[in-house]
Design a protein around this ligand. Structure first.
Ligand code: OAD
Length: 244
């Protein structure tokens, strides 16, 4: 059994991808039944698609909202929530996932770099993103300003959210753990390399059933699923333990 020792001086950066929600019944993007095996990215998840056919884009995200209904957090989400309870602001949780399973598993501070499925925003005015559970099949909803309401999702060709904060945390962390992400999509695919590029010693570990494309950026890969590995992965040492 692999464990990662977390000392009182460590700061832990966690990056999660679709794999952490796979055991909750949500499809990944590139696996055998993956979302991108059935849909063309450029037709449903790009600014060009939105300009060309917003109804089709909403059909896709409405379908995904329906698929998420009733899905529950798993032991992997809960293990990360427990780690946050132990480490507080020494842990930073960054997810590429748009589901809310980290929050529902108990995590309080989650950075959704690719947006949130159950939020929408205006494509024209600066009205902030708002909670939205609706599905839109017929009409594309309109904002009071006349703009169109779009999913609060970072599409291909757009800039992910909260990058300043994310790169600050990458510079500060001493441990980076990536879970269930294929290492193919930038900028997240370069986070481990970036964290390790300075002179600091950063322990970078990957957790998942298969090696990611950026395997060489990690000093260790722990083979297994999120629910198998995460509940026993972290050994948090307290000040008292350090003093003994
Ligand atoms: P991918 O579908 O590319 O990769 C999922 C990873 O999860 C694979 O490496 C699997 O081996 C792993 N995996 C599968 N089951 C697992 C389990 N039970 N436990 C742990 N790992 C498991 O998904 P992402 O890397 O998250 O972006 O994709 C990154 C981005 O590409 C997504 O955020 C999305 C997508 O296009 C946008 O939509 C902007």
């Amino acid at each position: 059994m692999t464990t990662i020792e977390i000392s009182p001086s460590d700061r832990v950066f966690i990056l999660t991808g679709a794999g952490i929600s796979a055991e909750s019944g949500l499809p990944t993007f590139r696996g055998a039944d993956g979302i991108w095996r059935q849909h063309r990215v450029e037709e449903v998840a790009s600014p060009v698609a939105w300009q060309r056919d917003p109804k089709m884009v909403w059909e896709f995200y409405s379908m995904r909202r329906r698929v998420h209904e009733g899905k529950q957090p798993n032991a992997g989400h809960r293990a990360l929530a427990q780690l946050e309870a132990q480490l507080g602001e020494r842990m930073f949780l960054c997810t590429q996932n748009v589901d809310a399973l980290h929050e529902r598993g108990g995590s309080r501070r989650v950075v959704h770099m690719h947006g949130e499925l159950f939020k929408s925003r205006c494509d024209t005015c600066s009205r902030p993103p708002f909670a939205d559970q609706n599905t839109y099949e017929e009409e594309v909803p309109r904002c009071e300003c006349g703009g169109r309401i779009r999913p609060h999702i970072c599409w291909f060709g757009e800039t992910p959210y909260e990058l300043d904060r994310i790169f600050d945390e990458l510079q500060r962390c001493t441990v980076l753990v990536a879970v269930g992400t294929s290492g193919l999509v930038e900028p997240a695919a370069s986070f481990a390399a970036y964290a390790r590029s300075s002179h600091r010693r950063v322990r970078a570990i990957y957790v998942g059933p298969e090696e990611p494309a950026n395997r060489l950026d990690f000093e260790r890969c722990v083979a297994g699923t999120a629910t198998e590995v995460l509940p026993t992965l972290f050994a948090v040492r307290s000040e008292a333990a350090r003093a003994v």
